[in-house]
Design a protein around this ligand. Sequence first.
Ligand code: 13P
Ligand code: SF4
Length: 330
Amino acid sequence: MTKQNYTDEINRIKKEKEVTIVAHFYQKDEVFELADFSGDSLQLAKMAMEDKNSNLVFCGVGFMGESVKILSPQKRVFMPKLACCAMARMIDGEHYDTSVALLEKQGIKKDDIMPITYINSSAAVKARVGKMGGMVCTSSNAKKIIEKALKSGKKILFVPDKQLGQNIARINSLSSCVIGDGKDPKDADIICYNGFCSVHQLFTPDDVEFFRNKYPGIKIVSHPECRVDVCELSDFVGSTSQIIKYIQDLDVNQKVAVGTEYNLVNRLREKNTYVLSSTKPECPTMNETTLEDLYKTLKSIEDGKPLNEVFLDEDTTKWAKIALERMFEI
Ligand code: 13P
Ligand code: SF4
């Protein structure tokens, strides 16, 4: 089938079966172009909740489809690829329990811990966080959520992204540590789990220096999953949608180098936008979804034998929903 055939068929089935297609900004252009909604993790979760259609095809990574299912359990959520974010895979329920046990061993009582999980985590981790009185955050609201959590007077356990946790600590002049780094967690306001994004980890201070030397006056923009030393050197740090807005508001002649996933950066502006790297920072899991996969998913819905539907058990949904809803309340 040609690209046009796929596109026509996808649009036909979408209309006939009342399906909404949602895509994250990191999706391939061929998929992204067919989405009814696109956005950052927070926007996608909200949009999907408010959408009237009961069938939703989510083009992104596993935790995103799961979050929609948790927030709207009555909807049927399908994913063209059940691709799992590499960072989300770094922590499962058992790793979470082990981390809490380790902190208890180091003299921090469970009751004195306020857990916050980045949305890039499994439903099982979100549910554990919910049960312990904690909540979810995304890259666009992490600062606000942590500030609120600190008011509890408890220690923050931030999972799984150590970079996001440390970046928020830095801008709020708080102390932080990473589990296993040898520091005493009792001295830290924010205790981070040792997870990270393999894509955003690629950007380095040398890349910043290279672009600043090559193009004096260039703006450096990064995602808060980037290393702390990279964010520190950046002119702007924000979620994917915040990055897009910042760049759209710049003068067209303003050069900008961006530290985030390739598909997003490539789509931003024709001129004066660079990827903050000498390599191509593609997210392998986001890039797994193809136009053909999207077509096959829609066709399977039409044929009554849907592929890759997201299912979660009741208890996990209940507690993960509580953790997500606490975020929305803030
Ligand atoms: P955003 O919430 O900023 O879209 O980030 C999601 C993500 O996975 C970044 O790597
Ligand atoms: Fe996960 Fe990183 Fe890919 Fe985002 S870019 S989905 S954090 S692996």
